[in-house]
Design a protein around this ligand. Structure first.
Ligand code: PA5
Length: 453
């Protein structure tokens, strides 16, 4: 399937059957013409990413898409199949970029009731998460829940030293060894980490745990196309080949130069122009709960990539219409420092239908015979109109359907847009020096050797 992403504006009546970005407008101000003034800056940013001779390339591995050798991809699938056939509980341990991509995939492709309904004959184990916070009671309860099940654990940490996953894995490893013995535990633990360095790599070598590598030139929040995202997705039974293909096609498309042909340029340009006009917050909104964790993934991507040197839009994921009943007032009439980027799914699957034969005295008579999507779509268009009239510029991203292919394409779209946005802003989109500050204070308080002042 060829991937194309094109920009269109609703008022021009262009029909869209591809993933599609519509530009932001607010109170009839459109930035399409102004965006042209950014062509040169965008070209410089683009070339900085693609020019192999001059760019420092140590963090740009993600631009190549999924790069594992065939044999390695086969080993990943086989290990996933082994877990699917032997286990009914799969625990993913990780935080930040080592967690949110796989979590977004679970949210998109497994039923929200998957863990309640899991049918062993379907081979997709129940999925549990750990290491993504320091809530201790959660882990106690998780261990109790695991007691009745056959368990496998995938610990994911590029550095191998992040406190939350390290601590949670410490408990889970101990649990597995006590329950199954060392040898059997080593058949139930899979490590995803740096190819050479770090404690986790050392542990995997010493204890003979199967391991997968995160390429050194790919940072956490850009790692969804590495085993960080791919291995848990394979255990969930998601078509990772389609996911990789979607990303590959999209990256290929985004190698083109020019605002009219490269939609990542357009998205980066619009959000940058609104930022320059004083907007401080980007609400990343969606109208389907399957996109909830994709919103969290995109939040991390932009937040950690742009938020530095006192710059950057503050990204806030919101779920509509849910959050219109909690944040709608603020969005419509609160401080005008927001833009809104909406993800809209074109295809509706498996939705209930509203009855045809409602009578006039029924309060919902005006909806008789409509689809669920009709209602949701009018909510989306109406919200966009109301918010833009209220001074919140809106950018609309249409996604044809929520398949692994489009998930791959969308991930590529956001990563590329984010890298361009960081360069437009004049920051390095690949580091996160600020994250260390809280860790230093925490380690000092915990009296970690080397941190006592
Ligand atoms: O994007 C990032 O680099 C971070 O969010 C990391 O993914 C996160 O801190 C987890 O790091 P690690 O994989 O080293 O445990």
């Amino acid at each position: 399937m060829a991937f194309l992403l094109s920009l269109a504006v609703e008022s021009e009546g262009i029909l869209m059957d591809k993933i599609c970005v519509e530009d932001g407008y607010s109170r009839a101000i459109s930035l399409r013409e102004e965006a042209e003034t950014l062509q040169k800056d965008l070209q410089a940013a683009h070339r900085r990413l693609h020019d192999k001779s001059t760019t420092k390339r140590e963090w740009l591995g993600w631009l190549k898409g999924a790069t594992a050798e065939k044999a390695e991809s086969r080993r990943l699938q086989e290990t996933a199949e082994d877990i699917r056939s032997r286990c009914d509980a799969f625990v993913v341990v990780g935080i930040g970029g080592s967690y949110l991509g796989a979590k977004a995939a679970e949210n998109m492709f497994l039923s929200p009731f998957h863990n309640e309904q899991a049918d062993p004959s379907q081979n997709t184990p129940r999925i549990y998460w750990a290491g993504h916070h320091l809530g201790g009671q959660y882990l106690t309860r998780l261990l109790k829940r695991l007691d009745e099940q056959e368990v496998a654990v995938n610990v994911i940490s590029k550095s191998g030293t992040t406190t939350e996953p390290a601590l949670s894995f410490h408990i889970l490893e101990d649990y597995l060894i006590k329950r199954y013995g060392k040898e059997e535990a080593s058949r139930r633990i899979v490590v995803t980490t740096d190819p050479e360095k770090g404690l986790l790599k050392k542990m995997a070598r010493e204890k003979n745990y199967p391991s997968f590598s995160i390429p050194t030139d790919v940072g956490g929040r850009y790692s969804i196309l590495t085993p960080v995202g791919l291995f848990p997705m394979a255990v969930m039974g998601i078509d990772i080949e389609a996911f990789k293909k979607g990303a590959e096609d999209a990256f290929c498309e985004y190698e083109k130069e020019g605002l009219s042909v490269n939609q990542t340029w357009r998205y980066a340009a619009f959000r940058h122009l609104w930022y320059r006009r004083g907007k401080k917050i980007e609400a990343l909104v969606h109208y389907d709960p399957r996109l909830y964790f994709f919103g969290k993934w995109a939040q991390q991507l932009f937040g950690e990539s742009e938020g530095k040197e006192e710059k950057g839009l503050f990204p806030v994921p919101l779920q509509y219409t849910t959050d219109l009943h909690s944040m709608g007032q603020y969005l419509q009439e609160g401080k005008r420092h927001l833009i809104e980027t909406a993800l809209w799914l074109e295809e509706a699957e498996d939705e209930p239908r509203i009855k045809e034969d409602l009578t006039e005295d029924d309060e919902l008579y005006y909806l008789a015979g409509k689809t669920w999507k009709d209602v949701n779509e009018k909510a989306a268009i109406g919200t966009r109109q109301a918010h833009s009239e209220g001074g919140v510029p809106s950018i609309f991203i249409r996604i044809p359907s929520l398949t692994p292919y489009y998930f791959g394409a969308l991930s590529a779209f956001f990563m590329k847009s984010c890298a361009l946005s960081g360069y437009l802003l004049g920051v390095n989109p690949f580091d996160q020096p600020g994250v260390e500050a809280y860790k230093k204070q925490m380690f000092r308080l915990l009296k970690k050797p080397g941190y006592t002042i």
